[in-house]
Each structure stands twice: as structure tokens, then as C-alpha cells.
Design a protein around this ligand. Structure first.
Ligand SMILES: C[S@@+](CC[C@H](N)C(=O)[O-])C[C@H]1O[C@@H](n2cnc3c(N)ncnc32)[C@H](O)[C@@H]1O
Length: 218
């Protein structure tokens, strides 16, 4: 899925993945102290997620990365946030108190562009990428993490393997291969069968997928 695909999706308001409230599982992991002692967070492929605001409310300095300018502009406009823009390398960097969004390609982000990241939150990011892009995505996540970086990873997979997407089906084996060896802690937190809501998946004839949550500490 290249830049143009996502820019078109945003231009046509084809953004069924966007949630109009904070992700309940993110909230649960903070309420239960599963994720703790966090000062900085990174949301790769952040869209205009309200979870950026939730993490800021938790007193965390939040960094998002999003390729579609429209998504970033809508985030600031819809949440009535003042912002400043700085141009740096391949990015337009949008900043408001507690939130910085790098508008550009996640794969170009360098470790030096960010402070030490305590928490990576992946909701609908990994699953947005086709198989041929995911190996580079895992490399990039591993590169941007440091000792003790925690991660909440929310994915989904089909009971019978399918190649439809985005959102793509990501097997638990793929997640283990990507992260288990590097992680000090690797926990499967939750699994639940749910009806699919993506129009693309419904059209492809899928009825349900298993939603999966992993907690990791690198
Ligand atoms: C499925 S959406 C999920 C957005 C967000 N995580 C959420 O939960 O609402 C994937 C987002 O990633 C963005 N995106 C896709 N490829 C990207 C890339 N290479 N770099 C940065 N953003 C990208 C898309 O524009 C889209 O907003």
C-alpha cells in the first residue's frame, strides 16, 4: 500500500478504521497498570486517532507518524488544537503541546528524530501493510525501540488464512517471529472472535476474525 492509496482513502473519506472514541483496550492496559512508567510514546501510522489525545492526557509526550497530510490536518482541526509546523528532511512536523506528528513516510524515520521511546502503540498499523512491506516495518519498530520500550500491539487474524486487506490478517506466528526473540517480555493478553466491520473484508466474503492483543517489553 503506497502513499497514493492512503491519500486517496483520506480524500474520499474512506476511513472506516477511524474510531470516534479512545480504544478501550488501550485504556484497559493503562487502568490495570499493564503498561506503566511511560514518559514518551510513539504511534506509527497514527491517522487522526483519538488515542494520541488519551496518551497525552496520561501525561505522556506523544509522537505520531502519518503519511497523509489530510489526516494530520483533520486531527488538529477536529480537536481544536493550535499547532506549529516545522519542515525537517522528508517531514512536515506538526506540533502542539504534548503531541508531535511527523507527516511523511514512517519508513524514513530515524532513531535520532525521536527521544528515547518508552511505549509503542500499534493499533491498525501493522495490519494496514501488505506482507511484502511488513518485514521492513518490523525492522523499523525494532530499530526505534530501546531497552525497556513497552509495546501494545493490536492485530487480527482469520481462522483460515486469507490475503484480503487492508486490514490484513496477521498470524500469531508472524508476530512471534517479528518480536519474540528481541523482547524480554512477550505476552498474549487477549483473543476474541469478532464480526468484521471493514467494507473491503465484508465484500470479500469474510464474516469474522480473531482480534489479538500482545504486550511486549524489549
Ligand atoms: C488503518 S489506518 C490506522 C490509523 C490509526 N492507527 C488508527 O488506529 O486510527 C493506517 C494509517 O497509516 C497511514 N500510513 C500508511 N502507510 C504509511 C507510511 N508508510 N507512513 C506513515 N503513515 C502511513 C495511512 O494514511 C492511515 O492513516
Amino acid at each position: 500500500m503506497e502513499r497514493e492509496f492512503w491519500e486517496n482513502a483520506w480524500d474520499e473519506n474512506n476511513i472506516g478504521f477511524h474510531m470516534s472514541e479512545t480504544n478501550q483496550f488501550l485504556k484497559y492496559t493503562f487502568d490495570e497498570g499493564i503498561v506503566c512508567d511511560i514518559k514518551t510514546a510513539l504511534i506509527p501510522l497514527c491517522g487522526k486517532s483519538l488515542d494520541l489525545l488519551y496518551l497525552r492526557e496520561m501525561g505522556i509526550e506523544v509522537f505520531g507518524v502519518e503519511i497523509a497530510t489530510k489526516a494530520v490536518e483533520q486531527f488538529f482541526e477536529e480537536n481544536s488544537l493550535d499547532f506549529e509546523i516545522e519542515e525537517k528532511g522528508n517531514y512536515k512536523i506538526y506540533k502542539t503541546s504534548g503531541i508531535t506528528i511527523f507527516c511523511g513516510d514512517f519508513f524514513s524515520l530515524k532513531r535520532d528524530d525521536l527521544p528515547k521511546i518508552d511505549f509503542i502503540y500499534d493499533r491498525a498499523s501493522n495490519v494496514a501493510l501488505p506482507p511484502q512491506m511488513r518485514e521492513s516495518y518490523y525492522d523499523q519498530i525494532r530499530n526505534l525501540s530501546s531497552d525497556n520500550t513497552q509495546m501494545l500491539l493490536l492485530t487480527a487474524h482469520s481462522e483460515e488464512e486469507d490475503q484480503f486487506g487492508p486490514p490484513f490478517s496477521i498470524s500469531k506466528e508472524e508476530i512471534e517471529m517479528a518480536y519474540k526473540e528481541k523482547a524480554k517480555e512477550f505476552k498474549l493478553l487477549h483473543e476474541q472472535k469478532k464480526k468484521v466491520t471493514s467494507k473491503r473484508l465484508i465484500k470479500a466474503g469474510l464474516k469474522s476474525r480473531i482480534m489479538v492483543a500482545h504486550y511486549l517489553k524489549f
